[in-house]
Each structure stands twice: as structure tokens, then as C-alpha cells.
Write a protein of this length. Sequence first.
Length: 506
Amino acid sequence: MASSQAGVLTNRFVQMIVKPPSWLVYSILAGPSVLTYLIASHFTYRLGYPLDDAWIHQTYARNLVMTGEWAFMPGHPSAGSTAPLWSFILAVGYLLETNHFLWSSLWGGIGLASLGMLSAKAFMALLPDRKDWAPWVGTFMIFEWHLAWAASSGMETSLYSALALLVITHLVTGSSRWLLLGGLIGLAAWLRPEGSTLILPVSMVILFQERSWILRLMALIRHITGMAVILAPYLFFNHSISGTWWPNTYYAKQAEYAIELYEPVLDRILEQFMLPMVGVGFLLLPGFLIMIVSAWKYRRWAVLAAASWAIGVALLFAMRLPVTYHHGRYLIPVMPVYFLLGLTGSIGIVKFSSRLVWERVIGKIWLLSTTVVLMIFWILGARAYGRDVAFIESEMVAVALWVSEHTEDDALIATHDIGALGYFSNRSLLDLAGLVSPDVIPFIRDETRLRAYLNANDADYLVTFPGWYPELVSYTQPVFNTNGRFSPLLGGENMVVYRWEAGPDD
């Protein structure tokens, strides 16, 4: 009996070596992709996160484990985490006493590996006669620089992207598990509020795919029920903390960047659409358009729904939050859908074994150029990631450490960037960005009212880049300047700590 079981285990091990499962292959590929970006940050300056927001999630996670509260500052519950599920996942790392860089990178890698595996599966469903190309498509996703950057960012972006692609994969493979899809969409909202927009492509497929209105109605009921079961607790979770149904960030970001809405609408749309083109994406545009035309011609509703969702989200941000910073971080979750359809359309038309020499040559040129551009931008992306981390570490983290060591224990710090300060300083904060101080949202860009707000709350220090609040800093005296070298190299200025002295409010 024992020898028989040993033989079975040996055979399974041999099969795994000879033909490893896809999850293992993509995990092995995702590991070096993420690790390379982390190494790039280490050699550029030091290990860290490329976004101050990553420290916000770390602070919520740590405080949840240490105090049992959902609070950025202990004793003050707040709905400042855009991605509660991500903060919960990070909290598990603190429970396990795992290094937070390692834990967040592990989950980022899981998200990246999932993108590779799901895109390969979706590709085989979309183009079954070219299914031997599926591993290349999956590998493409893992080394696309936007996606590698996101997986290494310490943020929820990679997991949310994978969850969104999972919904799209269910659609293109012909799944009609509407209850499950609704649940996945509800789960996506726990990672990003805009995850709820996935209800639109699923509903579109239901309306066009089901054969009668009765079947459509029943499918929609199952779908909405599945979503409501998961989404309702999320809404009540936020409402119980802040009195609003969505996180504070949902309102604060729109208020802060409302001035961007004065730009011409076509410019805003073009800026969003150009984000996935930075890199290999521009080579996939013809394939993406071909897929849309083909899907319309042959009534492939799932493809049209996927493309419509990707385009719709880009339009939504152009209309409501037209920002492009951090390499288009808000649009990164829809990029895998664009890449998938672009690759499918391109591979579907190129001919690698044609009798005509020129067709074979074009096919090889496309493959070579796509692969070369992919890898060049993967390397350039690692360089950009290293600089992004260096900027945060030499400015936000440096300031937070100084504040922790050189200010009074009961000092109240007013700042726009709360992440690193919240994690390292152990000081009370006034959040000028409105994430955990939502009362500033109505006057978030009004420096006169912000000055009165700081005076009314007896702020002791103001931490900011001087150019962000020129009027506020004119009433203060600087006490610390980071003198970091990376921000000026990137065209910015150094962060400064000012001693706040209450002046006239008008």
C-alpha cells in the first residue's frame, strides 16, 4: 500500500515537472518580474513603496491588528481606505508578523500571476485555433510594465485588475454563472469603488445572450442578488464609520481635482486613452479595433461588452477624475482587457506559416517588435519604479521620520500626504486631502478657508511641498527641508516642515 502511494506521488511529481500546471508557470514568471522592480528600487535608493497611499493601507492594517479599530489614527475611526479588502489582507500579514514589504509584494505577485493565467485562458476561448499562443499572451501580461509596476506598488491594483479580468474571462468563455459573477463584482468593489461598474458588461451580455425576456429577467435577478450580498455590507461598512456610502477618498479625490474638469473634454479623453499606449500598447491598437469590428459583425457580445467596459471606464475618469499621474494608476485595471483584445486581434490576422513570403515576414516583424518593445519598457518601467520609490522615501518618509524625532508628542500636524506620516510619526494629523478629515472636502482647494481651518484646530506644524499651498506657507517659518535629491531630478521640489503660527482668518 505504502509503495503504491509513493508511486502515485512520484508520477504526479514527474508530471508536474514535465508539464507544470499553468498557475505554477505564471507564478514562477511573476516572481522575477516583481523581484526585479524591488531590486531596482533598492539600487536606486532603498526598498519602499512608489506611492504614499501604500502607507495609508499599511497604517490601517497595522492599527486594526494593534487596536482592533478601523482607524488611521487610533481612537478616530475613519473611512479613508479606498480598498478595505486590501487593508484586511495586509492586516493578516501583521497578525502573522510578516515583513510588510514581503507580504504586499507576495499578494501583488499573486495578482500578476493571475493576470497571466486568466489572459491565457480567455485568449484560448477567443481564438481557439491559435491556442498554442496562449502561454505567450500570459507571459506578455506578466512583463507588461504598467502591470509589473502595479504588482510591486504595495497597492490593491494588481488584485483588483485580476478580479476584473476574471469577470471578463467568465464572459468570453461563455459562462452563465450569473450569481457568481454578481458576487465577484461585489468583491471587486471592496478593492476599488469602480469595481461596481463591472455590472454593466455582465448585464449587457445577459440582455443580448439570453433568448427570452423571462430568462433575461431571471438572470439579472441572480446577478444583482449575488452582487448585493457582497456589496451591501461594503456600503454599510462605510456608512457606519463616516456616514457616507462610499469611502471618503471617493469624494475627496473628485473635489481636489475638480479644476481639471475645466480642460477641454476631448483633451481629457485623449489623455486617458493614451495611457495604455505608453509602451507596447500602441502596437496593439489595430488588433483592438479589429476585435471590436469583428465582434460587431459576428455578434460576439462578450467581446463587445469587455471592450465597452474598458472604454467606458476611461471615459468615466475623463469625465469625473481626469488625472494621469503615477503612470495612469487609476486606469491600469482596465489595461489587461485592452491588451488581451489587442493581442487576440493582432495574432488573429498575422500569418506565420503563409505561402506568401511577405505575409510571413510581416508576422515575424510584428512578433519581434512586440516582444522587444515589451521587454524594453519592462526595463524602463523598473527604472521608473525605482525613482518613484526613491521620491517617496526621500521626501514623505524622510519627513515622517523627522517629525517623529523632532516634534512634541502632542503636536498636531497638518499635511496633504498622510501615508508615511501616519505610519511613522505617531502624531495626530489634519488631513488636507480629506481622506481621513472629510470636513475639509468642501473647501479642499480654498487656501483662505484652509488657513482658518488650521487656526480653528490649533495646528502646530504644516508639512507640504511649498508650491502646493503658496498662500499657507507665506504665514509660516520653515523648520526642516528634506533636501532630497530625487524630487528635483524629477522636476519637483523638496518637502518642507513649517511651524504653524495662527494668523488672521481673512
